[in-house]
Design a protein around this ligand. Sequence first.
Ligand SMILES: NC(=O)c1ccc[n+]([C@@H]2O[C@H](COP(=O)([O-])OP(=O)(O)OC[C@H]3O[C@@H](n4cnc5c(N)ncnc54)[C@H](OP(=O)(O)O)[C@@H]3O)[C@@H](O)[C@H]2O)c1
Length: 274
Amino acid sequence: MSESLEGKTVVIVGAGPGFGRTLALRAAEQGATVVVAARTASRLDGMVDEVRAAGGTAIAAAVDATEPDSVRALRETVSQHTDAVHGLVYSAFAVPSMKPLAQTDHDQISRGIDLSVLGALRTTQEFSPLLEAGAATPDSEQADSAPASSSVVMMASAVIHHSRERYAGYKIAKTALVALGHSLATELGPRGIRVNTVAPGYIYGETLKGYFEHLAGKYGGTVEDVYAHTAEKMDLRRLPGEREIVDPVLFLLSDAASAITGQTLTVDCGEFHT
Ligand SMILES: NC(=O)c1ccc[n+]([C@@H]2O[C@H](COP(=O)([O-])OP(=O)(O)OC[C@H]3O[C@@H](n4cnc5c(N)ncnc54)[C@H](OP(=O)(O)O)[C@@H]3O)[C@@H](O)[C@H]2O)c1
């Protein structure tokens, strides 16, 4: 068992049933204490049970990332368990409009920005004292260990690399999230806090399978047809699975990435060369 997150506390905000669940299990497997946070308490409890059943440590805490008081309550809950956080992953997502801008009302765009961008900002601001404490915690007594830092990873999307018509609302929010990551990296770097974004092309898990079912129903054909058509554009002719997105996030959380901040890592089986 790898132990690259041993002794660290990692908070996942927007922990959903696919990527979030897999990240929680993998981070715990690597030795982290994991806090899973989203709005659906019953799902979070299920994730905690799974982590514990696998021998890991996890805590569930409900949060609505669009509500400042709720984010503060999450931080207070985490503070009851620990004085230091070493990793924060912001993954909260709600299906955007998927219509051209001409048919998208501005409230939909605002809601996307509030959840994806301002949610990430308010969460990072709320947790920055705990993250700073995490950065000050020596992880190892060994002289050759990496300089201590803590790590924020924000989940963007490879939509930042294209301008397909129906993705405009999503692109606006995720591109602003990348810009936020750059500015926070500059602002929080002196406190030892690294900030990076990960831009998955697709994450082939439950959420995407549901969307492909919707497309298959709408345009005819099967989920396999939609998959094949989509995968044609990838150098590797396939879509990344959950674990292939989770592992780069674990790398950015780990000390192996101790000098990496202000970056966007595209993980898309080679659809875009950035
Ligand atoms: N799936 C893909 O193919 C894909 C591709 C590119 C990028 N991404 C990005 O990767 C990340 C993970 O994707 P995913 O497919 O795993 O998403 P997901 O299944 O939808 O999980 C995200 C979770 O965010 C939570 N959430 C929504 N609103 C929230 C709020 N106000 N406060 C707190 N949590 C909230 C939801 O849980 P609750 O309803 O319980 O709150 C949801 O389960 C997202 O940021 C997404 O944009 C995904």
